[in-house]
Design a protein around this ligand. Structure first.
Ligand SMILES: Cc1cc2nc3c(=O)[nH]c(=O)nc-3n(C[C@H](O)[C@H](O)[C@H](O)COP(=O)(O)OP(=O)(O)OC[C@H]3O[C@@H](n4cnc5c(N)ncnc54)[C@H](O)[C@@H]3O)c2cc1C
Length: 369
């Protein structure tokens, strides 16, 4: 319990797991502790299990992973074994686009889209499995780091149960603690990262805090529907299907995509992704179903699915994807304070959040001496 870790990593999402696995490959003897607020690994790329029905499990966050043509050799080293063993599968053919006239088409994209099997949360688990000495990677779940102080060359991190954990280096894999939105989300009065530093003491951290404050976020609400009519689900040809809404629909109605995921008990989960920027406008769900049935009017199977579906939950991702003012990668590491940052809030010239998160984590490891 009095361990001093070489690294404490706040978060256990894709960037934190990539950082830990890649660091462990380079420095197998370094001890790492990932402190995660949630109940399991994955961050926004996580998976939900139903408490009522053990056969129901679905990806209610990140649905798929985009990798550009110029994916780095380092990412490839981590993901190639997963692709070869079919734990990461190319689902480009399972993605369609529906336009405002209700016409479904294949999507033409210049990157590849993958899904982790059996679920998205397995992606992070498999990334950790690529490490050389997994015994040195430890996890603390349902623990939120709410204050941090550096004294006598050590980081002292306080977690929500009051316990203090210590490390030589600290890595923040989420912008949450560096951005003002955490004041509202966590119902606190001042930024934990700001509290840890007297202004002027660390130029990198000062600049990072200034720049992080400019980040704006896309928020997402996922409507989770269940279709229990087994005969109907059986007549739906795809085990998994993702339909993206056209730009016109996105702009008019803030609907991003809809995902159909068959379940082990023969039922189906349907996830409707809705996005917003400032305040969420509550929409009557019956109106959403009315719109969907009118949009898919030419496709009987979808109409039946929508009409027979039951809304079972909603999931709000308030601390979601950074949109613009992404941070310069020069701010990723402060050797003065032994604090580093990674995640999809850094400008990594990548094709999506996941690739950015992974690139930033790998780059951060390479900055460590
Ligand atoms: C619904 C949805 C759809 C998406 N679609 C796409 C897509 O199509 N393409 C794409 O590229 N990306 C998409 N994304 C974004 C993608 O999921 C993220 O870019 C990626 O998962 C980022 O990983 P990360 O590790 O940087 O951050 P995160 O996954 O956010 O991980 C950070 C972790 O840190 C934890 N944490 C934060 N602060 C603390 C603290 N103080 N103490 C303890 N734990 C803490 C959080 O709980 C979280 O688990 C989507 C996201 C969502 C939610």
């Amino acid at each position: 319990m009095n361990n001093i870790y070489d690294f404490i990593v706040l978060g256990a999402g894709i960037s934190a797991c990539t950082f830990s696995s890649f660091l462990n490959q380079r420095f197998p003897e370094a001890s790492i502790l990932l402190v995660e607020h949630g109940r399991r690994i994955g961050g926004r790329g996580t998976t939900r299990k139903s408490r009522k029905n053990k056969y129901i499990e679905f990806d209610h966050g990140l649905p798929s992973i985009d990798f550009s043509q110029h994916i780095s050799q380092d990412i490839l080293t981590l993901v190639a074994p997963l692709i070869n063993s079919q734990k990461l599968v190319d689902i480009s053919k399972d993605i369609l686009l529906i336009n405002e006239f209700g016409v479904l088409n294949n999507v033409s994209i210049n990157y590849k889209t993958y899904r982790s099997l059996p679920f998205m949360a397995n992606f992070c688990e498999e990334i950790i499995n690529q490490s050389t000495n997994p015994n040195n990677i430890n996890f603390l779940f349902q623990s939120f780091a709410n204050s941090m102080q550096r004294a006598n060359d050590l980081w002292n991190i306080q977690i929500n149960n009051g316990r203090i954990i210590k490390s030589k280096n600290l890595i923040l894999s989420s912008s949450l603690i560096a951005h003002k939105r955490c004041l509202e989300i966590l119902k606190i009065k001042s930024l934990p990262l700001r509290n840890a530093f007297i202004p002027g003491k660390d130029k990198i951290v000062d600049e990072l805090l200034r720049e992080a404050n400019k980040l704006t976020f896309i928020k997402r609400r996922i409507y989770i529907l269940h279709v229990s009519n087994l005969k109907l689900v059986q007549s739906f040809n795809n085990q998994y299907l993702q339909i993206i809404f056209s730009d016109v629909i996105k702009e008019d109605l803030n609907l991003e995509r809809i995902i159909f995921q068959k379940q082990l008990d023969g039922s189906m989960i349907v996830l409707l992704h809705y996005f917003y920027f400032n305040n969420l406008i509550e929409i009557d769900f019956d109106n959403i179903i009315k719109y969907l049935t009118s949009l898919f009017v030419n496709y009987r199977i979808f109409i039946d699915i929508f009409l027979q579906s039951k809304l079972i939950d909603k999931m709000d991702w308030r601390a979601s994807q950074s949109l613009d003012h992404l941070l310069d990668k020069g701010l990723q590491w402060s050797s003065t304070s032994k604090i580093g940052f990674c995640g999809d809030w850094f400008d990594m010239d990548s094709c999506g959040g996941v690739e950015s998160a992974m690139n930033s984590a790998i780059r951060l490891v390479k900055l460590l001496k």
